[in-house]
Design a protein around this ligand. Structure first.
Ligand SMILES: Nc1ncnc2c1ncn2[C@@H]1O[C@H](COP(=O)(O)OP(=O)(O)OP(=O)(O)O)[C@@H](O)[C@H]1O
Ligand SMILES: [Mg+2]
Length: 316
């Protein structure tokens, strides 16, 4: 791997490009024209581990047609970057959701399935660690930072009363056995619609995240729930309010996704995906609290409402 001088970054002679992205990780993008077409360099300054792991994952999975070929990594003490083809005409699946047809959506699901390489069973220790660190701790962290709301207070959302976060998380923890079934698999780990590019009707998976304590297929599919059930992308940029999210008609791809899960992983698989969607929502809350304005409260309220719905579903 080539070394760039410390503190200089490694893209200073390249043309920056604003990809007008909503959920900002702080990555920067640059274009380099080459004889075989434009390349996009993705660079992150600061904690380089995440982008480095991302590059390695993409490189290791480059044999799949739906994984872009990455190249030319440059590492320095405080920055990491790599290149991949720049798909000028592509849009991410969130941007072009209305243009995606059933065939393309099925291809997304088939790609997830072909990536999946089942490994060992999820262990009780992994589940305990996962719930402690990605659910309980993240929520407690939010309430330590915010004085206006207490973790033990009941919640009134849009005129309706809901249990406190303390009560909800305790109840969720009491149903931890739901997560027990399933095998750790090879997953992308952050497959929201924004991380799927649609290029000539075909999906390409970008921006993977290997940092999931549990890596089951349900963890993967729950990211699609985040986009299709919880309007994650639009909620993050304040394009939509919580009230609208709750009044939206179910998207036909969400219906298709649930049918797919039911027929491949059964009703228990579907329940696990709903559970993981809650954990995905919870684990991003401290980040949303720091980086967003009132949208953070919408995310917190959505977590409460979805948890309440889930717990009702479990009792049925
Ligand atoms: N190779 C590419 N060709 C075309 N567009 C791309 C490419 N890579 C990324 N994009 C666009 O840029 C967006 C952000 O890219 P990516 O998901 O890699 O970054 P990120 O880590 O999520 O950064 P940010 O948080 O700033 O979005 C994607 O949703 C997509 O719209
Ligand atoms: Mg992304």
């Amino acid at each position: 791997m080539s070394q760039a001088p410390i503190n200089q970054g490694n893209s200073k002679n390249l043309k920056p490009i604003d990809l007008k992205v909503g959920n900002c990780s702080g990555a920067k993008f640059y274009i380099r024209e080459t004889n075989s077409g434009p390349l996009l360099r993705k660079e992150f300054k600061g904690n380089i581990k995440k982008l480095k792991d991302q590059f390695q994952w993409l490189e290791e999975h480059g044999e799949f047609p739906f994984i872009p070929k990455v190249s030319n990594p440059i590492e320095s003490l405080d920055s990491f970057s790599y290149e991949m083809p720049y798909y000028e005409k592509a849009k991410n699946a969130h941007e072009c959701l209305d243009e995606i047809n059933d065939k393309t959506f099925s291809q997304i699901l088939e790609s997830i399935e072909s990536l999946k390489k089942e490994k060992d069973e999820v262990t009780v220790d992994e589940i305990n660690y996962y719930l402690k660190h990605k659910l309980d701790k993240k929520l407690r962290q939010c309430f330590q930072n915010q004085k206006s709301r207490k973790i033990t207070d009941n919640n009134i959302i849009l005129g309706k009363e809901y249990p406190s976060i303390a009560e909800l998380t305790q109840e969720l923890n009491s149903h931890r056995n739901i997560l027990k079934y399933g095998k750790n698999s090879e997953i992308h780990g952050d497959l929201t619609l924004e991380n799927i590019l649609i290029e000539s009707g075909k999906p390409l998976f970008i921006d993977p995240n290997g940092e999931n304590t549990i890596s089951t297929i349900e963890v993967e599919l729950a990211k699609l729930f985040q986009s299709l059930n919880s309007s994650y992308e639009d909620l993050s940029i304040g394009k939509i309010k919580l009230e609208e999210v709750l009044s939206l008609n179910e998207h036909h791809f969400f219906t298709q996704l649930k049918e797919y899960i039911r027929s491949n992983y059964g009703d228990s698989g579907l329940l696990r995906v709903y559970f993981h969607e809650l954990i995905h929502l919870a684990r991003l809350l401290p980040y949303k609290q720091i980086n967003l304005g009132h949208q953070y409260h919408d995310f917190l309220d959505l977590f409460i409402i979805r948890s309440n719905q889930f717990l009702k579903m479990v009792k049925e």
